[in-house]
Design a protein around this ligand. Sequence first.
Ligand SMILES: NC(=O)c1ccc[n+]([C@@H]2O[C@H](COP(=O)([O-])OP(=O)(O)OC[C@H]3O[C@@H](n4cnc5c(N)ncnc54)[C@H](OP(=O)(O)O)[C@@H]3O)[C@@H](O)[C@H]2O)c1
Length: 266
Amino acid sequence: VGAGISRVVVGATDPDTRVAGSGIQRLRTAGLDVVTGVADDAVIAADPGYFHQRRTGRPRVTLKLAATLDGQVAAADGTSQWITGSEARGEVHRLRSAVDAVAVGAGTVLADDPQLNVRLDSYGGPQPRPVVVAGTRAIPDDRRVLARSPLIYSPRPIDMPRTAEIVEIAGDSRVDLAGLLKDLGARGILSLLVEGGPTLAASFAGSGLVDEYVLYLGQCFGLGVGRPMFDGLFATIGAARSVSIIDVAQIGGDVRIRAIPEESSR
Ligand SMILES: NC(=O)c1ccc[n+]([C@@H]2O[C@H](COP(=O)([O-])OP(=O)(O)OC[C@H]3O[C@@H](n4cnc5c(N)ncnc54)[C@H](OP(=O)(O)O)[C@@H]3O)[C@@H](O)[C@H]2O)c1
């Protein structure tokens, strides 16, 4: 108003209830011409986590998995390194750099000891908060993620080093993931990257809590059954979940597929 602007074009009004159009109203009252509803989709796509979290109270969830061309995310012995090449692995670090938090289950912490941080040359931006979904198995004190002040969700009281923050959210016997997302949303986390493994991936996808899938298919076959992308039984074709494939790209020698659930309200 003070700068003497006469016309303002608004793409996607802010869904935050504390704003609720009051800024637009103020501009109009001051005599400015305010046009709303211009390029809403493009504006939302530029900052999808914000709009999602403000509308639902939950962070926007991206599920990333890297599999062999025949859909195995790890071999039967639990090894899974180098399924994809360096370009795809670099992209995963860029995915991490675009979110507020990165989650894995206890199985991945035990098998892979990941750090869940962004490791890119010349990256100086914020690091995502590591989130561990704990279960019945103890997480050893020497796991590298514990040095990164993780949030650990557990269905029962657990003893962990003081660097970790424990949040107890019991489902039946496992962590209730809807409750986990609600808690993350209340902490102001706008976007969450779930990085597997197959047990956690199946829980998120099966509960309809995934907003976008990013699947990398490496240039190799497992030639057999190791660990599938999603644990559990695919009992009958009627149980298949439809998705819309929104992008397919070759990343180095690998393939990246982005998909959204058909019922998703991006
Ligand atoms: N290629 C990839 O993209 C990729 C990514 C990550 C991991 N991996 C591979 O996956 C393997 C590990 O698989 P995983 O299935 O054991 O790991 P996971 O999905 O990361 O961890 C699963 C564990 O999390 C705990 N949990 C607590 N609440 C849960 C809930 N609501 N839903 C699901 N889990 C919950 C349970 O621990 P308790 O059993 O202790 O109760 C459960 O067994 C490793 O071989 C790793 O290399 C591959």
